[in-house]
Design a binder for this molecule. Structure first.
Ligand SMILES: Cc1cc2nc3c(=O)[nH]c(=O)nc-3n(C[C@H](O)[C@H](O)[C@H](O)COP(=O)(O)O)c2cc1C
Length: 207
């Protein structure tokens, strides 16, 4: 009998730890919903000089790469559903996460991502710093790659209270890189479960 357990890949970029925390919550939600889950952190692209500009960036990068490993297209092929996480960079996706998405061209050409579920998460410095534009910018390559995009909508009470967005989970870190709040993490966990449920249903339907 085919394995009915949904396989979920959570792939993210993070330098200060906010998206990492959201990604972990998403992964936890996925696991609790019955998924087999892989958590991966994409490598840095900016120069070591830029990474050395902010205390903690280099150390956290090394720690996250050692802890989660870097994603490969094989991880994307393995997954029934993928949640993509990025910090907001000038109102948009980080170059680091985009580089991973751009590495999926071979799978795209073979139609191997068609019908997999996808969700997106982000963190911004400011509440109006572009969280929604970043999340929506990720929807564009998701559509090209053939994913079934799974938005949050207003499927959890915390979304009505303004935590996260209908497009995907988010956090606001402010000027001191504050970690996501319990409410923001709850929405992220919910998103992980929701994408898992859709991924499992699509898998059961033969995708
Ligand atoms: C180069 C750069 C560009 C950024 N652009 C924005 C932005 O457009 N809007 C915003 O609110 N925050 C911006 N930020 C702040 C980060 O998005 C924010 O601190 C986020 O919480 C970091 O996530 P992380 O902790 O996972 O690294 C930027 C940070 C950097 C380094």
């Amino acid at each position: 009998m085919a394995d009915s357990k949904a396989k979920i890949l959570v792939v993210f970029y993070s330098r200060d730890g906010s998206v990492e925390a959201l990604a972990k919550a998403v992964g936890e939600g996925a696991r609790e919903a019955g998924a087999e889950m892989r958590l991966r952190r994409v490598p840095d692209l900016v120069s070591p000089t830029v990474m050395a500009n902010v205390p903690g960036w280099e150390e956290r990068s090394k720690r996250m790469l050692a802890e989660y490993g870097a994603p490969t297209p094989a991880d994307a092929e393995w997954a029934d559903g993928i949640i993509f996480g990025t910090p907001t960079r000038f109102g948009n996706t980080s170059a680091e996460l985009k580089a991973f998405i751009d590495s999926l061209g071979g799978l795209w050409f073979q139609g191997k991502l068609n019908g997999k579920a996808a969700g997106v998460i982000t963190s911004t410095g400011g509440p109006h710093g572009g969280n929604e534009t970043t999340l929506l910018s990720l929807y564009i390559p998701m559509a090209h790659l053939g994913f079934i995009i799974v938005p949050n909508g207003y499927t959890h009470a915390k979304l009505f209270e303004g935590h996260g967005t209908p497009y995907g989970s988010s956090s606001t870190s402010g000027q001191n890189s504050a970690r996501p709040t319990a409410d923001e993490l709850e929405v992220a966990k919910h998103q992980g479960a929701r994408v898992t449920q859709v991924a499992a249903a699509l898998k059961a339907a033969g995708r």
